[in-house]
Structures are given as structure tokens and as C-alpha cells.
Design a protein around this ligand. Sequence first.
Ligand code: SF4
Length: 403
Amino acid sequence: MTAASNATPPTQTLDVQPTPLALLLLGREADPRSERGVECPGDLPSPSDPDLVARARAAKERLGDRVFVLGHHYQRDEVIEFADVTGDSFKLAREAAARPDAEYIVFCGVHFMAESADILTSDDQQVVLPDLAAGCSMADMATAEQVAECWDVLAEAGVSEQTVPVAYMNSSADIKSFTGRHGGTICTSSNAARALGWAFEQVDPDRGKVLFLPDQHLGRNTAVRDMGMSLEDCVVYNPHKPNGGLTPEELRDARMILWRGHCSVHGRFSVDSVRDVRERMPGVNVLVHPECKNEVVAAADFVGSTEYIINTLEAAPAGSKWAIGTELNLVRRLANRYAAEGKEIAFLDRTVCFCSTMNRIDLPHLVWALESLADGTTVNRIQVDRETEKFAKLALERMLALP
Ligand code: SF4
């Protein structure tokens, strides 16, 4: 469990609910079923305040080395401008851990990332998420209760002892903790194949299985592309159906038990998007994130994590053309950055596709968080309880020790 706290009230326990509505419109709308909290205690600056940039700079200067601001690649430009370091979720959690002198870690990302930063930093460091509504629909698709129930189903089918959980970094602290408690590891989109290789070494080669949480697409793509498995080796556990919608025989025969979760952003790309962009941009290289569906990954030319996408475009020759299947804020930033080098970079789909919860962190929330800290008030602190932290950390440490 995690708590998020403000000066008033001091502590707010988060009630994590599954997310029936994956995508929200941009703006201030609230869906209490899918968001952890949208209240912003205190006065949020107006988005039209012409002094926002100056206020953010001034507050950051007042805080000096006491604050370290992390910016995920999918954040808005107006927020990224104030990040001391940018990266994917894992890189940012490690960056936070490498700054033991920073009293405050302001995490411009989403909730599970701030949790991971809290787990990896010391107890006297405070991790702040500028807007508590910045959740992740994928992470919310696997709750602690649902996963515990799934484990019971696996036990009933007689397969839990030969199953190792592997949880994607994009999961709540509760799920990471479950994973650590049951002998599993965390993975990122960069090291998922190594994590699966390690997991299968822990079990009987003929009967062993992995329960992959919560992103079915990353699990399936890694199993099929990197581990030489077939699509038939994978089954999907649906937490909204009795026994996950699977028979004991199906569970016994499977090698990969994939949780029925997905990213609302990457799940939107389709084979039609790939076909369409190849017609629009002859000679284009299609590069997608492994959170995309398997058929999209199969139709692409290159597949890799956010860091892989950035490095590939950095190394691409002048004159090359790219269509990128990942979050739009990052694609737009990369397109602008490399236009001067003659690299043509387009978004894979014709429709706009931001991560709506990432976009919750905007300049008014960042200014509010920084000014509150500079005035001596900690707001929106994200704190993972010790018991959860203990096993979540164990799972994270197993990932760090992967060969
Ligand atoms: S891009 Fe997808 S996985 Fe990442 S925070 Fe948004 S919904 Fe979650």
C-alpha cells in the first residue's frame, strides 16, 4: 500500500481501483473510479499566469540542491524544461537513489514511478508527485486483491509452485511486493528477456511457467520474439472472469500466463497504422515500443524500449525516415531535435495519442509543488509502507542482479 500526503491533511490513503475507462480527455476532468485523487490542496496557479516559468525558476533556485527534479520522457515540454535529468521510469528511479543529499525528489511522471523512487531512496528523502491524478491505467489493471486471487487459482490448478512472477516496472508497489514475496523479479522493457531467462532458470524446465504482470503485450512480445516461444505457449488471465477465464489444463499447458493488462497509449497502434504510414512515407523505418500489440510489433522494422528508440534515432543517418510508435510528447520532441540533422520523424498513427495521465503534470502543478516545498510545506508526498517496500525492494534488487 502507498500513502500520498499533503501538509493538510497529513496523510491520505490511496484507494486503488481497476480502471474500466482507460483513456481520459486531457484537462481537469476527473474519473474517481480510475484516479487516485484529483484534489490539489492550496492554490493552484492559473494556467494562464504569464509568470509561471519565472515562478518555477525562482522556486527551484530557492530550493537549490535540496530538490532534484526527475522528468519522464513522456512529460510535456513545459515540464521537461525544469527536469534535472530525463529518462525512462527505471533510469529515473536509479537517478533518485543516486542523489542521497536531495531532501526532495519531485517526480514528473506517474504514480508507480514515484513509488519506485520512494522504495529506492532513503527514509529521510521525500518523493513528491506534483499531481496525484497522474496514475497509470496499465498499472491500475492489476490490483493486489486480483493478483492474490490469481495466485490461488494457480495453486488450485497445481501450478503455482512451478510459476515465477515477473512484474513490469509499470506496476504498483503492491504488485512489485507480491512479486518479491513469491520469488519473482521486476523487469523493464529493456531487460524483459533477461528477466524471463532468469525466471525460467528458477523452475523445472519442462513444467516451469512465468506469470507476467500487468502488460500482456510486453510479456507476449518478449516470449515470442526473444525466448523462441510460440503464441500457443501463452495464455491470458482475465481477472474479471472466474478462474481468469482459463481451465486448469490450459494453465498447466501454458508456459507464459499473461495478465490481461495493456497500455492505453501503445495499445492504440494497429497494423493499419503501419500499412498507412508505409504508403504515406515510402522508405520509412517503423520503430515501435514492445508495449504495442504483437501484430504491430511483427509488422514493424525495429522494436525497443524508450531508451532504445532515442538511441536508434540518435544514430540514424541524415535523410532517413522514421515512424515511431510511442507516446506523442516524446516523438514530437525527437522530431524537433533531429529535424536539423535531416532526419524525418513522424508519429506512427494519424490520431493524436498522448498519455493523458502523464499530461496531468503541467506547469501549474509543478510550480505549486516547488513553491510549497520552498515555503517549507511538503505536498503530495508518495510513501510506500515498510512491509510493502521490503518485498518490492527485494524484487527490484533481483532485477538489478540480473546477468
Ligand atoms: S504511457 Fe501507458 S504505461 Fe506509460 S504511464 Fe501512460 S498509460 Fe501507463
